[in-house]
Design a protein around this ligand. Structure first.
Ligand code: HEC
Length: 424
């Protein structure tokens, strides 16, 4: 396969549906659970209150809470008990919490997986009769502001109107504009889309349209404010980094609905938490895409590769793979100006059900001229249980039975740090 240098793209160039994900430090998810007595002394009784509640809080409640993404809540002791058999199965198989990264590559700030000790602790409890323990040991409940994971938003915007989604058929992407009416710049520390109706909302992307309608022309942009898709964490920026919403900007909504067999209504909303002070760095997004591939019928391991050059010294914060049902794996590699090549993020077993964003524990500083190479593999064979039709040859397209090949990254320019809050 020929290697094609591609411009980094963003926004909605014709025929290119953008898909990159907000950086966020899922601060709460990272609450590391204390290694407890039970973890070290094998014969101590493992209890809910002291040993297991902190684990479930840190690794499951982001989604499993009232009004959360998951279909049931794991907040109360009784709820966790009631789900214990499935929890044992899903955690045992490694399907919950969802993650999917090669553990040998990189260290991740939002890695929700269990350490061996935490796993032993959870299973000791599940197999030891699930004792409650001492109420006094219970950690304070993890706080959520209503349905928001970002805390209480400073501003909330609704889609301009409610949408009626038909029972059947294919619904084209819907686009809406919200006038913000701001007369001063805002610095956004966290942003989150909340779908109005999770049954039909496949994804929502909220873009920023700065005044004049243009952003920086080099493909690196701060215009993607947040994405909602299953499993995608809210856009919370790392310390000292923020997104900028210039005065006079508009919000552009891109909403994708998947009919459910019954007519449904949706009015999604978008909330932001403002930064306390202007940041040192401006968060930008970019996607490396190949829109020109063709996956032959029945091909089980079709390789597609795309590459882009990072033009200036930069700090990379996170990686967001995006493919559809035939997506099998994706690797992100950096090729440094001196020719050295480094695998920085590897998703060996991609799952379309989870649109995750992999945030580096230590952001990567890269010199200008470094190339970002994204290598994807697709499985269009019968052996792929998600494959809607192996007999089709598959090309780029917005709908899920078509394919995408997109590697998103979040980054900032080193030079922004020298000129705080300048430009976009
Ligand atoms: C990123 C969001 C997210 C996180 C984090 C998460 N879950 Fe889930 N979980 C879901 C969603 C959504 C479903 C329903 C869809 C599905 O089954 O795949 C689910 C389903 C489940 C199921 C039911 C599976 C079945 O088919 O019976 C169990 C059990 C479960 N989760 C346990 C956990 C546990 C335990 C944790 C923490 C260790 C956890 N989950 C973390 C989103 C999440």
């Amino acid at each position: 396969m020929e290697l094609r240098p591609l411009p980094l793209s963003f926004g909605s160039p014709p025929g290119v549906a953008p898909w990159a994900f907000p950086w966020a430090l899922l601060a709460a998810m990272l609450v590391s659970s204390p290694a407890t007595a039970a973890g070290t002394a094998a014969n101590a009784e493992v209890t809910w209150a002291r040993d297991v509640a902190p684990l479930i809080q840190a690794k499951c409640q982001e989604c499993h809470r009232p009004k959360g993404l998951a279909p049931f809540s794991l907040v109360e002791y009784e709820q966790v008990r009631a789900w214990s058999r499935s929890i044992r199965r899903e955690v045992g198989r490694g399907t919950m919490p969802p993650w999917g990264l090669d553990p040998e590559v990189g260290e991740w700030a939002n890695d929700p997986t269990f350490t061996p000790e935490e796993r032993r602790r959870l299973f000791a409890w599940l197999e030891g009769g699930m004792p409650f323990g001492d109420e006094a040991d219970l950690p304070p409940p993890r706080e959520f502001h209503d349905e928001w994971s970002i805390g209480k938003p400073d501003m909330v915007f609704e889609m301009p109107r409610e949408v009626t989604v038909p029972a059947e058929g294919v619904v084209a992407y819907q686009h809406f504009v919200t006038e913000l009416g701001l007369d001063e710049d805002l610095w956004v520390q966290a942003a989150e889309v909340i779908p109005g109706n999770r049954q039909v909302v496949h994804h929502v992307i909220v873009f920023l349209q700065p005044p004049g309608g243009r952003s920086s022309g080099d493909g690196f942009t701060n215009t993607m404010l947040d994405v909602y898709a299953p499993g995608s964490p809210p856009g919370i920026t790392p310390p000292g980094v923020a997104r900028k919403i210039p005065a006079g900007s508009k919000l552009l909504w891109q909403v994708h609905y998947t009919p459910t067999g019954e007519e449904q209504r949706d009015r999604s909303k978008f909330g932001i938490v403002l930064a306390d002070e202007p940041p040192r760095q401006i968060l930008r997004t970019a996607t490396v895409v190949d829109t020109d591939f063709e996956i032959p019928p029945y091909a089980s391991d079709h390789r597609v590769e795309a590459e882009a050059t990072i033009p200036r010294d930069a700090t990379i914060y996170s990686f967001t793979p995006h493919m559809h049902y035939r997506g099998k794996s994706m690797d992100f590699l950096l090729v440094y100006p001196d020719g050295r090549e480094e695998l920085v993020c590897s998703i060996p077993d991609y799952d379309f059900d989870w649109q995750l964003d992999y945030r580096l524990k230590t952001p990567l500083e890269v010199p200008g001229g470094t190339r970002l190479r994204v290598v994807a593999h697709f499985d269009n064979s019968r052996d792929n249980p998600d494959n809607p039709d192996p007999s089709q040859s598959v090309r780029w397209g917005e709908q899920t039975w078509e394919e995408m090949m997109m590697g998103g990254i979040f980054l900032s320019w080193a030079e922004d740090g020298e000129a705080p809050a300048a430009g976009d």
